[in-house]
Design a protein around this ligand. Sequence first.
Ligand code: NAP
Ligand code: GDD
Length: 365
Amino acid sequence: MKQKIALITGVTGQDGSYLSEFLLGKGYEVHGIIRRSSVDYRERIAHLEGTPHFHLHYADMSDSMSLVKLVGQVQPDEIYNLAAQSHVQVSFDAPEFTADVDAVGVLRILEAVRTNHLEKTCKIYQASTSELYGKVEEVPQSETTPFHPYSPYAVAKLYGYWIIKEYREAYNMFCCSGILFNHESERRGETFVTRKITLAAARIAQGLQDCLYLGNLDSLRDWGYAKDYVECMWLILQHETPEDFVIATGVQHTVREFATLAFHHAGIELRWEGKGIDEKGIVVESREPRVKSGQVVVAVSPDFYRPTDVVNLLGDPSKAKRELGWDPQSTSFEQLVELMVKHDMQKVTREHFNLAEYLEKGIVK
Ligand code: NAP
Ligand code: GDD
């Protein structure tokens, strides 16, 4: 059988790295798009570089010529369009860039496929998002829930969703959106709330940080494990007909609950006091000698409030379960928090150890 060829945009991101591993494991030839920057940050895929069947190419979602050339050169059977300015808060600061990459970027991929006359053979997965439900009109959210985007990021992603649907209907292309709810991992970007919490809990436990500042603690998310979710992206493209799917766990927790559990795994038990901007996470008990009971380790800062915030996401994954045979809870919320904290406790120890050694040797001052 001919080896399948996949092209992944956003290969250096959290999902791109897991998806690459998954597809290589399935025997695919994997091509990934990277963009030029003055510092090469490819930590998540460094272990794959140089392995057979894994290839990287320079291109950019804002540069249609680079995409047309690359799709022609690679001749992919499947494209996974994961590239995006993916941070909701950043989209308020850079709305035009977000629209260019997250909205028009999707159109550029679709047109690159058509320009190379691959529309009959190349399937396309679009990384859509639960942010489309935004100011939610029903709970839980399913494939039939109306959209109400509530950030420049969500508005850009809504264009991506509709243009995928349009090309499916107008040109009979096999292109689909996975409407994915939040998924996290030890490779999650460090400014998303879960990773920000697990890293801070690890630093605080090791006496390297005093306090973690967060925004809206009441916000509810349906958090899953990224490694489980990339399988679904693949399953969506193996489905008989091109359709959109909600991918979620069907379980919801607040940011506060995530923080309480993360600190617990870092050896610190918390209680919460106060309301809104005055709320604090206070140490009740700690097995870490550097952290004392009564110490305030979590506080609220208005800097992390958003102009409009999405506060009640809960997905209904019934369709994916039924039609793709996907298990939405293979990694539970409790397991997810534990594995992220464990990873970050080791990472912080390693970094601190290296720094101490460098200071001692005079390599850094
Ligand atoms: P991520 O870690 O932020 O990765 C984003 C990727 O997009 C990175 O590889 C980034 O490259 C690349 N990228 C950004 N702008 C680009 C451009 N102009 N040209 C080429 N590449 C560009 O995001 P993720 O968490 O893996 O998410 C993957 C996709 O799923 C995104 O589209 C996101 O919006 C969507 N999504 C994520 C979640 C979630 O909870 N993680 C949920 C729903 C939907 P650099 O490394 O060079 O920055
Ligand atoms: N980032 C961040 N930092 N969020 C905070 C903080 C903080 O200090 N404090 C509270 N939050 C709240 C946010 O207001 C939001 O309601 C919630 O925590 C989750 O924020 P993020 O982790 O930044 O993720 P997101 O839900 O906005 O966006 C992520 O998930 C989407 C799917 O629903 C991203 O991965 C998007 O790309 C993705 O589409």
